[in-house]
Write a protein that binds this ligand. Structure first.
Ligand SMILES: [Zn+2]
Length: 345
């Protein structure tokens, strides 16, 4: 089958479009003809081999996690799906045997594997995955939109809905609205929960898009001070929750924007992994910090329900043909965009 794979770490030159063997469909698996795949920063980190993702070659590795497509084959024992179903794939495979998985906390599974990073992924014509990781999507949801959902909405759902328990009468600060996670957080906070949303971004054009998505106020951090503006907007109180997926560069002003007793969720650190935390303010103001990595299978089921009802509408910036994966990687690295980048075939 045609695929995009790497046989060494490096820049975009290591991305090869060519043939790899079809995936094996084991007991409990479904084989999917991939129609759309979303790019994630993880794809670039896996390609580079940085951030602890260095691996041995051979064998070659097919990149790609988030995807959507059509079921073309069922492994033994699969009862929940049928050939022809349109599905979206949760790219985090969990063991479903450990104590965390058995307790429904499979986001904490110690034997989890990420498609396209630990094992062959979705930059390919076909992928075989456990049936529990495939969710049926309605005909009104495009493959591109569905593919854009899992890695953006799962951590947002994990944080805002399940753990931070944001309420409709509360406020949330969403950092960097233009990234997939930022856009997803605005939608969930506004359209699902009904909270007041303060978003940050870096240009007037992106600010307009964030407002279109539902942000009540957008702070342009290139010429406004995040902490000061949040203080003004909230009448000096601070926000109830923060959604942070960018890390080091914005942690200090965002943490300072949180009210006493507020909850801080972090699910990514694209601007840097280390920061300084004032422990005195943490305990005296009784703030809470939550780390979130993807979400549970139940989180995914709830997200797909809302995707199918049209409440959740993932934002796609642009699509590229699969064979141009290198161009898409370059675009992600060097361009300013809003939403997700998608590979189609
Ligand atoms: Zn497990």
């Amino acid at each position: 089958m045609k695929s995009v794979y790497i046989e060494a770490h490096g820049g975009t030159e290591v991305l090869t479009y060519g043939d790899q063997p079809d995936p094996v469909t084991d007991h409990g698996d479904v084989k999917i003809r991939v129609k759309a795949t979303a790019l994630n920063r993880l794809d670039l980190y896996t390609r580079d081999g940085g951030r602890g993702l260095e691996r041995e070659f051979p064998p070659a590795l097919i990149l790609g996690g988030d995807c959507a497509g059509e079921v073309v084959e069922l492994g033994g024992g699969v009862a929940t799906l049928k050939v022809g179903d349109r599905v979206v794939v949760n790219p985090r495979l969990t063991c479903m045997q450990c104590s965390a998985c058995l307790a429904g906390q499979d986001d904490q599974c110690r034997r989890s594997r990420f498609l396209g990073s630990a094992i062959n992924g979705s930059y390919a014509e076909f992928i075989s995955i456990p049936a529990a990781n495939a969710h049926v999507i309605s005909d009104n949801v495009s493959f591109e939109q569905a593919a854009a959902a899992p890695t953006t909405y799962l951590p947002v759902w994990n944080m805002l809905v399940r753990r931070l328990e944001l309420k409709s009468w509360q406020s949330v600060l969403v950092l960097s609205a233009s990234a997939g996670v930022g856009a997803a957080a605005i939608q969930v906070a506004k359209d699902v929960i009904g909270a007041k949303v303060i978003a940050t971004t870096s240009s007037a054009e992106k600010a307009a898009k964030a407002a279109d998505l539902g942000a009540d106020v957008v702070i342009n951090y290139t010429d406004e001070d995040i902490r000061e503006r949040v203080r003004e907007i909230t009448g000096g109180a601070g926000v109830d929750c923060v959604v942070d997926h960018v890390g080091a560069d914005f942690f200090a002003p965002a943490f300072a924007s949180l009210r006493p007793g507020g909850r801080y969720g972090i699910c990514g650190a694209t601007t840097g992994l280390r920061t300084e935390l004032h422990l005195g303010l943490l305990f005296s103001q009784q703030k809470e910090i939550y780390g979130a990595f993807m979400g549970t299978k139940e989180d995914m089921r709830e997200i797909v329900e809302l995707l199918n009802k049209g409440v959740v509408k993932p934002v796609v910036d642009r699509t590229f043909p699969l064979r141009e994966a290198a161009v898409a990687h370059q675009y992600m690295d060097e361009t300013s965009f809003f939403g997700k980048l998608i590979l189609t075939q």
